[in-house]
Design a protein around this ligand. Structure first.
Ligand code: ADP
Ligand code: MG
Length: 209
């Protein structure tokens, strides 16, 4: 599903990866951990086609993505990959609803279908009452849930999540992990970056960077 082959990546003189490879099969739930600054977010960004490697290849479902601006990369990103950012990456001055509506932009839905779908995921995540709240008024944990709601609406084959439980308390963390596991059971491939022991215990494979 995801093949990372002999990649190299540097920021200036700071070499993050040299000759790094990784193979993730369809339906896996992989947890990646490692010390702060070791390149976890960089790796996820390269797999998620938000950043580019200097050398080596990345394949998503057999399609080689070396130029993140290529048509294939853009389509892969839109239809196959859902990304939960460490910093949520929501539009802060928009409401929750407006943010989530964007995730359904490429799907053909009527206005009432859009509301129905958004209500359903917000309900599932316990934040239906925040539907019309402006994002910057929400707590970190609530924003993290909106970011997860966006991925659920996008309904991609692959979910990449960068420290998705970082700002959640224990109960909400387990809740989110249960939901990720449910998505995994439905066949989605999940890659989570985290140093949380609980995340590791939910995964089917743990990789140390
Ligand atoms: N856009 C960037 N420009 C320059 N250096 C960067 C950039 N992104 C990350 N880095 C550096 O690359 C290293 C790995 O960063 P990152 O992937 O964010 O680590 P992690 O997520 O494991 O904490 C760090 O030393 C960081 O400072
Ligand atoms: Mg990081």
């Amino acid at each position: 599903m995801i093949k990372v082959i002999n990649i190299e990546k540097s920021y200036g003189k700071n070499k993050i990866f040299s000759d790094f490879s990784l193979n993730i099969d369809e339906g896996e739930f992989v947890a990646i951990y490692g010390v702060s600054g070791c390149g976890k977010s960089t790796l996820l960004n390269c797999i998620g086609l938000l950043d580019q490697v200097d050398k080596g290849d990345i394949f998503i479902e057999g399609i080689k993505i070396n130029n993140i601006n290529s048509k294939e990369a853009v389509l892969n990103r839109r239809h196959k990959i859902g990304y939960m950012f460490q910093t949520y990456a929501l539009i802060e001055e928009y409401s929750v609803f407006e943010n989530l509506k964007l995730a359904l932009e490429y799907k053909k839905n009527t206005k009432s279908e859009v509301h129905k779908k958004i209500d359903k995921v917000l309900e599932k995540l316990g934040i239906l009452d925040k539907k019309y709240s402006i994002v910057y008024e929400l707590s970190g944990g609530q924003q993290q849930k909106v970011s997860f709601a966006r991925v659920l609406l996008q309904d991609p084959k692959i979910i990449l999540a960068d420290e998705p439980t970082g700002s959640l308390d224990k109960e909400n963390k387990l809740n989110l992990l249960d939901l990720l596991k449910q998505e995994n059971k439905k066949g989605k491939t999940i890659v989570v970056v985290s140093h949380d022991e609980e995340v590791k215990s939910y995964s089917s494979r743990v990789i140390k960077l």
